[in-house]
Every structure is written in structure tokens, then in C-alpha cells.
Write a protein that binds this ligand. Structure first.
Ligand code: C5P
Length: 230
């Protein structure tokens, strides 16, 4: 007799900056009628709140969980998405400014930040039907996920895609070189940090998307989902 088909899966999509995790995870969630969690946005929301509150970077290593709670960042599960608020304001584009992108890896390596965000993320997965993307979704936050995916792509391709996504314009070679350097620096911090470093989780489906069309990578993942649910 075969295994009982699974329902309401937890699917994790991890990978380095610009590998297409968020767009892919969002699409998979939409096609399955699941909720999407962009965990990078949680780290960005805390970074934005710290910058907005004027807390100096040199003081960040001394932050406590009460300090983090006092910032007023909230995650709220909504239809298909997780909305992030600072106080009463819904957060969106302010999470993607160059200042937030520059400082987010420094916030994400703080132990207090990772612990503070852990319960929030796990609670969002309590009822399954979640596609969560980030750096440690499969390795730390949802180690028992039903399907773990790890996306990779060449540094140059990731830089090119990131610029196209942010500006809507095809970048010049010098813009690609500068963006690749920024992405490389962030990956280096994310991979070298002591807590929850960026890693391909054990047993993950690793997909190199450098030469793939978006639809091909989506279908590669959905094929695995169908194997688990039928
Ligand atoms: O995915 P995104 O590029 O928006 O993530 C921003 C930053 O948040 C990453 O560079 C990383 O430092 C941090 N992050 C993390 N763990 C996650 C998701 C994001 O440390 N699960």
C-alpha cells in the first residue's frame, strides 16, 4: 500500500539574494491556494523600524526582545499573504529601500532578532498550507517541512534580475557589476553568520534557475507537490 497523500503542506523555498525565492514562492502559493510568507520582509520590517526610530547601528548588538516588541512591528495573516505593519501602517515599498537592504543582514545576524521572529514564523505555519521563503526556512524554522526547495543562480544573473525587478529597465554591464558586489557582500554575511546561516537544507530539491524560464522552475516544484499530494 502506498503512503497516505498529504494535504495542507508546508513548503520552504530558501536561497541566496536575488535567486527568485520570493516570486517563485508567491506563485506556488497562489496556484495551490496557500498562504505565502516572505520571511525576508520580517527582517526588513525590523530594520526599517530600527532606522525609523533612530536607534544607532552601534547600539543594535545590545537590543533586547522588549526593545524589539516596543518597535511596534506586527505580522498579520491575511488571505494568501502575511501583512506587515509598523504601528497602524501597512508596510510595503519602504522595506525595499537601499538603506534597509544595506543594513538588513546586520540585523538578521543578531540572536535576539532571530529568536524574536521564530515564534511569529512558526505560528504562521501552524495550520499548514504555507509556502515560506527565506534563508533558514527549511533548516531552522520549519525543519519538518513537507517539501524543501533551494534555489540557486549565478551571481551575475541574480544581479541582472534584481535590477530589472527594481527598476523595470534592462541594466548596463557596470550596473550589473555594482549590484553583484552588493549581493555578494550580503550573501557573505548571511552565509558566514553563526546563527541560521544560509545553507541548502538536507533533502532539499536544489534548482539552478540561471538558464530556466520562470514557468519551468515553478513546474519543477509543482511536480514534486503533486507527487506528495496524490
Ligand atoms: O529575502 P530578502 O533578500 O528580502 O532578505 C533580506 C535579508 O533578511 C537577508 O539578506 C538576510 O540577511 C535576512 N534573512 C534571514 N533569514 C531569512 C530571511 C531573510 O536572515 N529567513
Amino acid at each position: 500500500m502506498g503512503e497516505t497523500p498529504k494535504t495542507r503542506l508546508i513548503i520552504t523555498v530558501d536561497g541566496p539574494a536575488g535567486s527568485g525565492k520570493t516570486t517563485t514562492a508567491k506563485e506556488i502559493a497562489a496556484r495551490l491556494g496557500y498562504r505565502h510568507l516572505d520571511s525576508g520582509a520580517l527582517y526588513r520590517a525590523l530594520t526599517y523600524a530600527l532606522l525609523k526610530a533612530g536607534i544607532r547601528k552601534s547600539d543594535w548588538p545590545r537590543l533586547t526582545s522588549d526593545d524589539l516588541s516596543g518597535l511596534g512591528v506586527r505580522a498579520e495573516a491575511s488571505v494568501g499573504v502575511v501583512d506587515l505593519y509598523l504601528g497602524g501602517a501597512l508596510l510595503g515599498d519602504e522595506l525595499r529601500t537601499p538603506e534597509v537592504t544595506r543594513d538588513v543582514a546586520a540585523v538578521a545576524k543578531l540572536r535576539v532578532v532571530r529568536i524574536w521572529l521564530l515564534d511569529i514564523q512558526r505560528n504562521l505555519g501552524l495550520h499548514g498550507s504555507l509556502v515560506a521563503d527565506g534563508r533558514d526556512m527549511g533548516s531552522v524554522v520549519f525543519p519538518d517541512a513537507d517539501l524543501k526547495v533551494f534555489l540557486v543562480a549565478s551571481l551575475e544573473e541574480r544581479a541582472r534580475r534584481r535590477l530589472l525587478q527594481d527598476t523595470g529597465l534592462h541594466p548596463t554591464e557596470s550596473e550589473v557589476v555594482a549590484e553583484a558586489a552588493r549581493i555578494h557582500a550580503r550573501d557573505a554575511i548571511d552565509s558566514a553568520r553563526e546563527l541560521s546561516p544560509l545553507r541548502c537544507p538536507e533533502g532539499a530539491l536544489e534548482i539552478d534557475t540561471t538558464k530556466l524560464e520562470f514557468e519551468e522552475q515553478v513546474l519543477a516544484i509543482l511536480t514534486r507537490v503533486i507527487d506528495l499530494t496524490e
